[in-house]
Design a binder for this molecule. Structure first.
Ligand code: 5GP
Length: 185
């Protein structure tokens, strides 16, 4: 199995700029597969079903949990998120490295099932900057923003448990650092 790919768990609070960093990494690296999660959250403007997420109902989500089709799953800001297991296994067999963009509870589940997975935490330069970015996005209600900020504080306290922490002070630089981690695995 030496030709099989590696699993990279990438976590970071919303507003950490994780998606921008990941987008840059995908531009610069071949044979890298982005695991498309299933979620019960509503699509944001510009998001595409099957590309950003599989947008599914609560009923469908529960059915997938029951059939054990998720590698991990978690509740986050009142919605459910899960990683469909089969595409990950298939891509690993094909020799792809796989990126799981998941939050901290899911990261813990993957680490316990796949201890060889490499975990990377993308941290914002500061809490102030995180709040500024979250508000700048302005696609969410004040209540949801507050909840995301609260969640972010809890998530930041988990950073030290990750194999690597990448501070996103500049997304091009952070992407380079993440790419080095992937290429050296
Ligand atoms: P957002 O709603 O902003 O797209 O994502 C919220 C959080 O859910 C992010 O931290 C993201 O990494 C995480 N997330 C996305 N997909 C999954 C998943 O399949 N499982 C888990 N546990 N978290 C996920």
């Amino acid at each position: 199995m030496s030709d099989a790919g590696h699993v990279f768990i990438v976590s970071g609070p919303s507003g950490s700029g994780k998606s921008t960093v990941l987008r840059e990494v995908f531009k610069r690296r071949e044979k890298l597969y982005f695991s498309v999660s299933a979620t019960t959250r509503a699509p944001r403007p510009g998001e595409t079903d099957g590309v950003d997420y599989w947008f599914i109902t609560d009923e469908r989500f529960d059915e997938m949990v029951e059939k054990e089709q998720f590698l991990e799953h978690a509740r986050y800001v009142k919605c459910s998120y899960g990683t469909p297991a089969e595409p990950v296994r298939e891509k690993l067999r094909e020799g792809f490295d796989v990126i799981l963009d998941i939050e901290v509870q899911g990261a813990r589940q993957v680490k316990s099932r796949m201890p060889e997975a490499i975990s990377v935490f993308i941290a914002p330069p500061s809490m102030e900057e995180l709040e500024r970015r979250l508000r700048g996005r302005s696609t969410e209600s004040e209540e949801k923003i507050k909840l995301r900020l609260e969640t972010a504080k809890n998530e930041l306290s988990e950073a030290e448990k990750y194999d690597h922490v990448v501070v996103n002070d500049d997304y091009m630089r952070a992407a380079g650092e993440l790419l080095d981690i992937i290429n050296n695995a």
